[in-house]
Design a protein around this ligand. Structure first.
Ligand code: ADP
Length: 445
């Protein structure tokens, strides 16, 4: 990147210098040409004042000292006098463009290039009232020879400027890249773009984004590590129980009555293992799936009805009354996920209830969409735990959760499903009074 910026900078600078030099030379040469023709015009006016031949010869000698040539021509083009050649042997000048122009308009001028391109001859002709044409010419360097003679000094200046621009480019790119280099070295420690020591405020959001992405990556890596550690820990307890019971049976230390008890223990632990594995798989499925989920039109009320039917027996076991209220309401959602969501919320409301308690599920239209509200008269959740119960494996009362077959993953799954559906989750809970969890789905269109 650095080399590329350097090369570009030098390239642009060199091109700019060359174009400027050429333009300046052309403009300067244009002025130079105009000035020469202006000078020649002055001299022809002066020569036109000469009335006698001697005056004209004197004038011609003076002009010759200044490297100018004077020619006097009559209106037929015949050369009457010339400072450089014998006028009697000179051919007719009537066809020269400047003479033709002077015959027509009173004055005329031309620039003729020499064969070598190195010199130009400037001609200025003026028709004087005495019926003659006075022409004065002068040789001057052509633009090519000016460019050629200026080449060494131009080249030197160019080299100097390129060297200067090389240093500037080097300095600028170093300065530009320094915060990026610095950031790469201390992505974790730097706090905000100012820490990278950059003057470029445009770079700050870019650096901040990279840093945030880096932090997110670290955070999710840490979370995954914690999750794996938690899963392993959770798996260990039922497996230890299973191994323990099996060992007791294997060594023949258990009586007939104990065996039945141990088998029950093994059964419980194995069921727990299965639930845990299922929940873990489900969470990782939800994690790895992309943001786009397969949806269909669902009647939330009908689905709640079906789920409640399934859970009635469970509610009966806990001496809890489970009832559904509300009206049919359509949402766009993933059937399996919505089933899981309703099941998990109702299951929790039953498990964390009190004997003789109630669970009321309400489905109704709200805010253009649908609202699912699960309210229980259970033990409630203390304020300080309310924020965290949606985290994986977070449980207010670990033993109660375990004894009722909880894994600590149910609400984490709920939160995931809610966010995949773009829905909103709200929790209201009062310890000792009960809990109310409301999920609001967006309108179908
Ligand atoms: P678990 O499998 O332990 O029930 P969840 O993720 O479903 O895991 O819930 C996390 C914790 O939140 C539970 O352990 C419990 O302490 C608390 N909780 C969830 N729902 C309720 C509720 N309806 N009433 C009281 N506490 C609840």
């Amino acid at each position: 990147m650095k080399r590329k910026i350097n090369r570009m900078f030098i390239g642009v600078t060199t091109a700019a210098i060359l174009v400027t030099l050429l333009l300046v030379t052309f403009i300067y040469y244009e002025f130079f040409q105009r000035q020469i023709l202006e000078d020649l015009r002055g001299y022809t006016l002066l020569a036109g004042e000469c009335t006698s031949k001697e005056d004209m010869v004197k004038m011609g000698e003076l002009l010759a000292q200044e490297n100018m040539r004077l020619t006097v021509i009559d209106l037929e083009g015949v050369v009457l006098y010339d400072t450089e050649a014998d006028s009697s042997v000179m051919d007719n000048h009537g066809d020269r463009p400047e003479i033709q122009e002077a015959l027509k308009n009173g004055t005329g001028s031309t620039v003729r290039r020499s064969a070598t391109l190195s010199r130009n001859t400037f001609y200025y002709a003026d028709r004087v009232p005495s019926g003659r044409i006075i022409r004065i010419s002068k040789d001057a360097s052509s633009i090519y020879s000016i460019l050629q003679s200026a080449l060494p000094i131009t080249g030197l200046i160019l080299l100097l400027l390129v060297a200067v621009s090389f240093f500037i480019a080097h300095f600028l790119t170093e300065k530009f890249i320094a915060p990026i280099k610095k950031m790469a070295g201390n992505l974790d420690e730097a706090n905000g773009a100012t820490d990278y020591g950059t003057d470029y405020e445009e770079l700050a959001p870019f650096l901040a984004t990279i840093q945030e992405q880096h932090r997110n990556l670290l955070k999710s890596a840490k979370m995954r590590q914690e999750f794996t550690a938690n899963v392993s820990h959770e798996l260990k307890t039922p497996l230890t129980a299973i191994t323990g019971y099996a060992e007791l049976i294997e060594t023949g230390m258990a009586s007939e009555k104990d065996i039945q008890h141990f088998a029950h223990g093994i059964h419980n632990a194995a069921t727990r293992l299965l639930t845990l594995i299922n929940d873990t798989i489900r969470l990782s499925e939800l994690d790895s799936g992309n943001e786009q989920i397969e949806t269909e039109m669902l009647d939330l009320y009908k689905m709640a009805e079906e789920n409640i039917e399934l859970l009635q027996m469970n509610a009966g076991k806990h001496d809890v009354t489970l009832a559904l209220h509300g009206t049919p309401c359509r949402i766009s959602g993933n059937r399996q996920m919505i089933e899981e969501l309703i099941y998990n919320l109702c299951d929790n409301a039953i498990r964390y209830n009190k004997e003789g308690g109630r669970v009321d599920v309400t489905v109704r239209p709200a805010g253009g969409g649908c609202e699912l509200c699960v309210r229980d008269t259970g033990i409630g959740i203390p304020k300080e735990h309310q924020e965290r119960i949606f985290e994986r494996f977070y449980r207010v009362d670990k033993s109660r959760s375990k004894s009722t077959g909880g894994t600590g993953l149910g609400l984490a799954i709920v939160k995931h499903i809610v966010s995949l559906h773009g829905a909103k989750l709200q929790l209201n809970s009062e310890p000792g009074q009960g809990t109310e969890i409301t999920v609001t789905f967006r309108s179908v269109d």
